[in-house]
Design a protein. Structure first.
Length: 134
């Protein structure tokens, strides 16, 4: 129980930003060494890598769905009902693809905003950009 209390006290005292800076450094409490199993040095680098992996996995699926919607257009052969279904598929695949690719742009915008706030307010040091340092 004292080890848990010590770890929680350390979390509150150090803050989550410093926790991810201590990668590779063992923290000893009550004879137990805690090592961070995450390979990233910062939380935003971890989130950047997760988002990048998600995009790499989902983007080929979006391409396959675009091909499928094209197949639906070809197989409709002028049938109005099937054409409406093909249009619906195409529309939602494009919307989904834009949302997925827009998430990367949104993460860059949030990162730039946080960097500007930290740099201009003097509260802390700006985060390094996830695109170059992670």
């Amino acid at each position: 129980m004292t080890a848990i209390t010590s770890v929680l006290t350390w979390f509150v005292k150090e803050g989550t930003y410093d926790i991810f800076n201590k990668i590779g450094v063992g923290i000893v409490y009550a004879g137990t060494t805690l090592k961070n199993p995450i390979a990233e040095t910062h939380l935003y680098c971890l989130l950047h890598d997760i988002l990048g992996a998600f995009i790499l996995i989902v983007f080929p699926i979006v391409v396959l769905m675009l091909v499928y919607s094209g197949f639906l257009f070809v197989s409709a052969q002028g049938n109005g009902t099937k054409l409406e279904e093909a249009k619906k598929w195409f529309f939602w695949v494009v919307v989904g693809g834009l949302i997925i690719l827009g998430s990367q742009a949104l993460s860059w915008a949030i990162e730039s905003t946080v960097n500007d706030i930290l740099q201009n307010s003097g509260v802390g040091t700006p985060l390094t950009t996830g695109r170059s340092s992670c």
